[in-house]
Design a binder for this molecule. Structure first.
Ligand code: FPP
Ligand code: MG
Length: 302
């Protein structure tokens, strides 16, 4: 979507994000509608519609569009990605995991609905996400199948779940290596970010070489995203983050800043983002949103 600043006539990320966020919020609102039993749908909607940057669906839509697809082709998957991201946060905040009270500036799901319903709300969102991808209208079934496979890999023990397990096992340890930290983050956050971009490309009909190129872009921004997350945990306030700040220090977690210091962490994040941006040169102006999103990831304040 060409969104240019009225004065400079240059691509405006701010306007692009605002516009895409509005479109995504409206699609999310329609994706999960209240039915019986009402409580579970309310709990699912409570977290799904609690705001957030909507970076994952926006990445999916941007990749699809860059490769010649339409927003309609990618919208169900974009919503499904946000459902999965949201469910992972609902479960991550549970007392058995990080035991957090605040998410996206609001009480966490289990604080409002209780632990039992919060677990089920996560399960409901996870299952529905796959159904929702499969129900995408007017996209060839073989593309949808590829998306479902990649999504399953990114979310299961091979991806997000595996990353979370190693993260839990590393808690309280002071001798966590950079390799282990990279494993945690490439699986816990990187895998889902990667499938946001690759699924958008697949839905648009991209060929394997293009998908591989976009995987690399996504891996770079995924790692940069996590480094910045670790930096913000130290430097940002609770108000800025909409979640508890300083948690990593409190939990004595090994993070990129704890291994490298803040300065080197910033430099590494910037390097990864520069590489990601350079890899999209061949796409010309069509790559503006994905390039600007990469920039945003290192410059963000929450
Ligand atoms: C936030 O990490 C948590 C995640 C990115 C995902 C955690 C994964 C799970 C709980 C597994 C969920 C299950 C499935 C099937 C996907 P963080 O605690 O480092 O960040 P935070 O400060 O935002 O809580
Ligand atoms: Mg957490």
């Amino acid at each position: 979507m060409a969104v240019v600043d009225a004065q400079t006539q240059e691509f405006s990320l701010e306007q692009y994000l605002k516009k895409q966020k509005t479109i995504v919020e409206a699609a999310l609102d329609q994706s999960v509608v209240i039915a019986e039993p009402v409580t579970i749908y309310e709990a699912m909607r409570y977290s799904l519609l609690a705001g957030g940057k909507r970076l994952r669906p926006i990445l999916c839509l941007a990749a699809c569009e860059m490769l010649g697809g339409t927003p309609e082709m990618a919208m169900n998957t974009a919503c499904a990605l946000e459902m999965i991201h949201t469910m992972s946060l609902i479960h991550d905040d549970l007392p058995a995991m990080d035991n957090d009270d605040l998410r996206r500036g609001k009480p966490t799901n289990h604080k409002v609905y209780g632990e039992d319903i919060a677990i089920l709300a996560g399960d409901g969102l996870l299952s529905y996400a796959f159904e929702y991808v499969a129900r995408t209208p007017n996209v060839p079934a073989d593309r949808l199948l590829q998306v479902v496979i990649r999504l399953g890999q990114a979310v299961g023990a091979e991806g997000l779940v595996g990353g979370q397990v190693v993260d839990l096992q590393s808690e309280g340890k002071t001798d966590v290596s950079v390799e282990t930290l990279n494993f945690i983050h490439t699986h816990k956050t990187g895998a889902l970010l990667e499938v946001c971009v690759t699924s958008g490309a697949i839905l648009a009909g991209a060929q394997p070489a293009e998908i591989a190129k976009l995987s690399k872009y996504a891996q770079n921004i995924g790692l940069a995203f996590q480094i910045v997350d670790d930096i913000l945990d130290i430097t940002a306030t609770q108000e800025e983050l909409g979640k508890t700040a300083g948690k990593d220090l409190d939990a004595q977690k090994v993070t990129y800043p704890s291994l490298w210091g803040l300065e080197k962490s910033r430099l590494e994040a910037r390097k990864l983002v520069s590489e990601a941006i350079a890899s999209l040169e061949i796409y010309g102006e069509g790559a503006n949103p994905l390039k600007a999103l990469a920039e945003y990831i290192v410059n963000r304040k929450n």
